[in-house]
Design a protein around this ligand. Sequence first.
Ligand code: 5GP
Length: 185
Amino acid sequence: MMHFDSIDAYKGKIKKILITEEEIQSAVKKTAEIIDSLYDGTPILLVSILKGAFIYMADVCKNVTVPCEVAFMTAQSYFNDTVSSGKVEITMDIKQNLADYHVVILEDIVDTGRTLSEVVKILKGRNPKSFRVITLLDKPARRVVDFKADVSLFTIPDYFVIGYGLDCGEHFRNLPYVAEYNTEA
Ligand code: 5GP
């Protein structure tokens, strides 16, 4: 958790807007169009890993026209600097039997790729009818495992970003845009 002594201290953490609200909303429409055209009327299951992707999930699912269910999970990862893969525990699982579904993961950001690649392994092991990963943001410069989303909407540099679901100390998730976090202020 984080504590701010003043609104100026809070605002001082928002360094620069990288992706505006308008740009995000057009990426949301584009995401839904891609899903509609890929699945062409076939029912799907949209899955997000909480909390970062909750706003993207909410916005995209409102714009999708194929029949869809939504499901959320939480995952805890235990990585350190020397071990780049291995331990991810699903702390809240989805209830659906994936063998019955075409699954689309909606992710907020792929950074090192470690968490998502492990979660993908686990979910694919449940034999879904098909499986795709769509990410709003991608930071390829930070990747430590070989992981590529099927669709990525924005490629961003190696900045720590906040907003549109992404937090720092649980703050800033509610910003309607994506901004660079100010580590100095
Ligand atoms: P990965 O396993 O790919 O390194 O970690 C992905 C998770 O780390 C994301 O789902 C997100 O929660 C968090 N993360 C990675 N990069 C950023 C960032 O720039 N800003 C924020 N707020 N979270 C990030």
